[in-house]
Design a protein around this ligand. Structure first.
Ligand SMILES: *[C@@H]1O[C@H](CO)[C@@H](O)[C@H](O)[C@H]1NC(C)=O
Length: 190
């Protein structure tokens, strides 16, 4: 009997831990920054430099998470229903459109806009409403989730689909913390 998910592979748990850890990490760091400005102090009082430091850290954690995720997928059983040309084509489409959403939103927001600059007091002049924000409320999270699903389908592993569902849920939980807080920061703009 083929198993859908092999829970005994440690790589599955490392990927899961990393998926949970990343948004938790940046939300905790960003909130302490808003209240205590520790990164700004570490960066010699320069909030922009502090934000760049956080950006590099978050970006690296993301690369590490992607690595753990691909390790986990390569250790997991493949399902025959997912091993079709059609599924591979869907995977390619999701991969391309997901990356377009992520990269174009980074381009539209800039480094500080993408990596929590508002918690450092670096606010955007105005809300970005052009592409990709006219096709997606949260292009960064939605695009990232699409890329996770793309890899799951490409590898043909049910475990990848479950991990993607965890990513999706986890991002939605993160948004519940981030959106009201960001709105509060902007409402206090002098
Ligand atoms: C979103 O904006 C871009 C230009 O920034 C435009 O080309 C595109 O048609 C818009 N899409 C929608 C669905 O409004």
């Amino acid at each position: 009997m083929s198993k859908f998910i092999d829970f005994e592979k440690p790589s599955l748990w490392y990927a899961l831990a990393s998926i949970f850890f990343n948004p938790l990490f940046w939300n905790i760091i960003a909130r302490q920054e808003y209240h205590n400005k520790i990164l700004t102090k570490l960066a010699g009082g320069n909030p922009r430099r502090g934000c760049y430091g956080l950006a590099v850290t978050i970006f690296s954690l993301g690369i590490f998470r992607d690595y753990l995720y691909s390790q986990a997928l390569s250790d997991q059983p493949v399902h025959p229903l997912l091993q079709t040309e059609f599924v591979k084509l869907v995977a390619i489409g999701l991969f391309l459109s997901g990356n377009i959403l992520v990269l174009s939103s980074m381009y539209a927001l800039g480094v500080t806009g993408t990596y929590l600059g508002d918690y450092f007091g670096i606010l955007m002049d105005q809300r970005v409403t052009g592409f990709p924000f006219n096709v997606s409320n949260n292009p960064m999270y939605q695009g990232s989730t699409m890329v996770f699903l793309a890899s799951a389908l490409w590898y043909g592993t049910p475990a990848g689909i479950v991990l993607t569902a965890v990513v999706y849920t986890n991002y939605n939980i993160a948004l519940r913390f981030e959106e009201p807080f960001t709105a509060m920061i902007y409402s206090k703009r002098k």
